[in-house]
Each structure stands twice: as C-alpha cells, then as structure tokens.
Ligand binder design. Structure first.
Ligand SMILES: NC(=O)c1ccc[n+]([C@@H]2O[C@H](COP(=O)([O-])OP(=O)(O)OC[C@H]3O[C@@H](n4cnc5c(N)ncnc54)[C@H](OP(=O)(O)O)[C@@H]3O)[C@@H](O)[C@H]2O)c1
Length: 234
C-alpha cells in the first residue's frame, strides 16, 4: 500500500486516479480547490472512506500549498508518490493568446507543480521509494513539433515544455535524496480538457498510468514517458 498525493483530484484524470488507486488499496490524499463542492470525489470516497482523504489545495496559491503539507506533517503522514496533475489549457495560438491567459497557464501548470514539489520534499523523504510524477503532454515535446496531430495551444505547449525541464532538473537535484522524478503523458484523453474526440476514455488512460506505476523500478529518473510507458523525445 502506497500513500499517494494527487493535485486536481476533483475531476478528469485526477479523479479517476483517485478512484482506481484507492480501489486497489492505496491511500490517496485527493487534493482539490473546493473540497465542499466535489460531489464525484465524495461518492468515490464513500466506497472506500478509509483509503481517501480529501484535502484543500489550490496550486495557484502558495499559502494553500504550504498549509496542506503542514497539515500532513503535523499528522506525521508520509507520501510515497506525488502526482502533479492539476492543469489548465487555452487552445489559442500565437495570434490569439492573451498575456493574462498565458500567465495563468504558467502559474498552474509550471509554478504550481514547482511549488508543490518544493513543499512536498520533506514528507516525500519519509518514503523508501519516493516518486514525483509530473503530468506532461506530447504537446510539450519540442522534438515532436510539426509531427503530432494537435498543436497551436501555444501557452499550454510552452508550459509543458517548461514542466519537462522541471522534471529533468529536479531529477538531477534530487538524485542524492533517492527521489525519482518523471514526466508522464496520459495520452489524449476524453476529459473536459481533452474533449470528446480524444483517443482514450479516462479509465483506460488511468489504468495505463497505473500499469506504469507498477513498473516504476524499471523507469529511470528524469524520463519523459507516454501512457504506454515508452519514452517520448524531449
Ligand atoms: N486530457 C488530455 O488529453 C491530456 C493530455 C495530456 C496531458 N494532460 C494533463 O493531464 C492533467 C489532467 O488533465 P485533465 O484532462 O484531467 O484535465 P481536466 O479534466 O480539465 O481537470 C483539470 C483538473 O485540474 C484542476 N485544477 C485546475 N486549476 C487548479 C488549481 N489552481 N489548483 C488545483 N487544481 C486545479 C481542476 O480542478 P477544478 O475542478 O477546481 O477546476 C481539475 O481537477 C493536466 O496536467 C493536463 O495537462 C491531459
């Protein structure tokens, strides 16, 4: 049984990760912006209440991040796996994007993941195999530009490329502490973000991510992998 913290657990991939991981016996700290307005998360928790704790965390708000980890530390909790999952998109391209939108995307997708990682470090070190999984995207691959079906979400793509740098640099910085850091693409998934034409149903993508989790010891720190566990070029 692992203790797993997920950001953005109110819906989409974060919600389904909470459901599947708690069902197979892991303990999930399901964090979200508005714990009093998460009906789907509450009904998942009602199935295995002992395996899920719902906690408030808005990754745009440093105080909220700090308070969440302080609460866990006061309770002497540990975390084995951190999923930096919370994310937002704006499909606008270079011609249409606004500064306000681009800044917000960076704040959630990059700065949020950076700060959550920073405040999680001491509690992660209580684990014998601490791991950070940053939910990235093929849209963040510089090498694949021009080759993938989708593109044009300029601020989102830049934010995920920057998130990949966070993965790589923190994997180097945290190697001596035995903390593994990887970027994981979930594939193109039918969530509010991915839309209804996406390739994967949410449960299918999440079960693939969980299969990867079960083979974590074979994945090198600092890797960027797809939903199939295969490396994606940076
Ligand atoms: N779906 C895809 O095809 C796809 C492909 C590649 C990568 N990804 C990545 O996978 C991750 C999950 O995406 P998804 O498809 O599940 O998206 P989604 O359905 O739109 O859900 C996004 C989640 O992030 C949360 N969130 C947004 N801003 C937040 C904040 N400031 N603080 C805390 N939580 C916040 C949302 O919470 P609220 O309910 O409070 O808004 C929601 O739980 C993202 O990082 C995304 O970039 C998705």
């Amino acid at each position: 049984m692992k203790k797993i913290l997920i950001t953005g657990a109110s819906r989409g991939i974060g919600l389904e990760l909470t459901k599947q991981l708690s069902t197979i016996g892991h303990h999930v700290y399901a964090t979200c912006r508005q714990p009093n307005r998460v009906n789907q998360l509450n009904s998942i928790k009602s199935v295995s209440p002992e395996n899920i704790q719902i906690l408030k965390m808005d990754v745009e708000d440093e105080t909220s991040i700090e308070e969440c980890f302080r609460h866990l530390e006061c309770k002497n909790e540990k975390i084995d796996i951190l999923f930096n999952n919370a994310g937002i998109i704006d499909w606008n391209d270079l011609h249409e994007i606004s500064a306000t939108s681009a800044e917000k995307i960076y704040k959630v997708n990059l700065v949020g993941s950076l700060l959550v990682t920073k405040y999680a470090l001491s509690i992660l070190q209580k684990s014998s195999s601490p791991t950070i999984i940053n939910l990235s995207s093929r849209l963040g691959s510089i090498s694949l530009r021009g080759e993938t079906q989708l593109g044009g979400a300029i601020a989102y793509q830049c934010s995920k490329a920057a998130l990949n740098m966070l993965t790589k640099q923190s994997s180097i910085d945290l190697k001596s502490k035995n903390i593994k850091v990887i970027s994981q693409s979930p594939g193109w998934v039918k969530t509010e973000m991915g839309g209804e034409n996406a390739k994967y149903e949410v449960p299918e993508s999440v079960s693939k991510i969980i299969s990867t989790l079960q083979n974590l010891d074979k994945i090198e720190t600092g890797s960027f992998i797809g939903e199939d566990g295969i490396a994606i070029p940076w």
